[in-house]
Design a protein around this ligand. Sequence first.
Ligand SMILES: *[C@@H]1O[C@H](CO)[C@@H](O)[C@H](O)[C@H]1NC(C)=O
Ligand SMILES: *[C@@H]1O[C@H](CO)[C@@H](O)[C@H](O)[C@H]1NC(C)=O
Length: 265
Amino acid sequence: MRPISILSALLAVANAHMQLHYPAPFNSSNNPYLGDCNADPYLQYPYDCCGPNDRWTYPCRGYISLLGTPQGEPTATWQAGSTQKYLLRGIGNHYGGSCQVGFSVDKGETFQVATSYEGNCPHRNNGDGPDGQDFPFTIPADMPTGVQVFAWIWYNREQEFNMNCAAVEITAAADPSGVYHGSPAAQASASSSSVAVAYHDRPEMLVADDGNGCLTPHTTAELKYPLPGPDVVMGDGVYPLVLPNGTCDAIGQQAYQGETGEDGH
Ligand SMILES: *[C@@H]1O[C@H](CO)[C@@H](O)[C@H](O)[C@H]1NC(C)=O
Ligand SMILES: *[C@@H]1O[C@H](CO)[C@@H](O)[C@H](O)[C@H]1NC(C)=O
């Protein structure tokens, strides 16, 4: 079996198609707090899937407004410093890509990285999940407690941006004074860093392919993050890792919300 031909086949199929499954994101069909509302059927699609104004839904597909409402109740409770896992599901894993997860503690103004997965995210050989699409990561030990926003951002190799968010309850660390030395997942990975990085000193999650002048690889290469943070999980190394191009270096680079139309590809 030649991976490259599988990838070519997948690249020919537009577009997306994975979403965060656990913790259940805002307005997802598996969110127990949906109530009488209709679920958003486009959570697994990229932000410019569905019309020129669609990318205005950054961040979180526009659902930050649900925070603090009955539909925005936390769908997971996580202790700071603990190791948890998130799950993905969808109808096409695009044979991988690169992902980041992180948190916003300021209601969606900024998103700090918890863990970066460089390549093989989603797991290319494990189907469309949620079984087989689980990703362990560690909650930063010094994270502020309370209801916070967990975010997952995925770049496949079609310059598509997808981001799903979930409300989660963060509880106090068992040892809040403990020095953070990197997650078990990152420690198991070749490129891990054991440098302690405080939550508020972590880089912001990369935003690209959203009309903001930053473009991820549009080849077989998988994305390498310019600022991956201290917890990096390397993929399987089947494809090269390539940095994004364009205006990607600004801290807190976010989607340009006034732009409409194509991403420039
Ligand atoms: C969820 O998405 C559906 C479909 O787009 C929309 O009709 C509904 O208003 C959304 N629910 C909330 C609570 O925003
Ligand atoms: C970035 O630009 C260089 C030089 O033009 C090119 O070789 C490379 O493929 C580009 N990478 C991306 C991710 O577009």
